[in-house]
Design a protein around this ligand. Structure first.
Ligand SMILES: [Zn+2]
Length: 197
């Protein structure tokens, strides 16, 4: 490690500004979420909390961690609804088993191998989401999904030296009275394209 190493979260690897921990960015994210109509308590909130928790596994007992991973997979694949996810979380918290680990508790024989295998490098962390989210309202298009894709595509072009990027976002359970499975948007951006075309 040289003198220029950037402080990073020991669990998810996110870059940390001086004096901040990952949970601070999580609170920033919840504050951003509160500005989005319909996000609180719904799928966006579930995805934000589930992703943050899965990227910070040491706070949970193994059963809770594996249960959350299964539920997130089920919701993403359409096998469970947000109501199912809530029911499962309540059932896990109501039982006699603990959900959260005590920070000072020594790791059990069951926890150690699970946490050792758990991913430590992620494509996106809560920090990345906090940086991209405020860009979204400044984009010109009035379609939220298109704005989101464009903001992410521009960020990827900038950060990864790419020549072109395609970003696709799908919105499960769209709030429109039509029998569709999902609504999706795909945005293609190339290097050098003006940002406000
Ligand atoms: Zn972190």
């Amino acid at each position: 490690m040289g003198g220029h190493s950037i402080p990073r979260c020991a669990e998810c690897g996110a870059r940390l500004d001086a004096g901040r921990i990952c949970r601070d960015y999580f609170h920033d994210l919840l504050a951003l979420e509160a500005q989005v109509v319909g996000a609180a308590g719904e799928l966006p909130h579930f995805f934000a909390v589930a992703a943050y928790n899965l990227q910070h596994p040491s706070e949970f007992v193994p059963a809770a961690l594996l249960g959350l991973r299964r539920t997130l997979g089920d919701v993403l694949a359409g096998r469970a609804t947000i109501a199912d996810a809530r029911r499962r979380a309540r059932a896990a918290a109501d039982g006699s088993t603990r959900v959260r680990r005590r920070v000072d508790a020594p790791m059990s024989a069951e926890e150690r191998p699970l946490l050792q295998r758990w991913p430590r490098v992620w494509e996106l962390t809560v920090r990345d989401v906090c940086e991209v989210a405020p860009l979204v309202p400044t984009q010109r298009s009035d379609k939220p999904l298109e704005r989101l894709c464009t903001a992410i595509a521009d960020r990827l072009l900038r950060d990864f030296d790419a020549l072109a990027v395609s970003v696709k976002a799908a919105k499960p359970e769209p709030p429109i009275p039509l029998p569709v499975d999902d609504v999706s948007v795909e945005v293609w951006r190339e290097l050098g394209e003006p940002e406000d075309d």
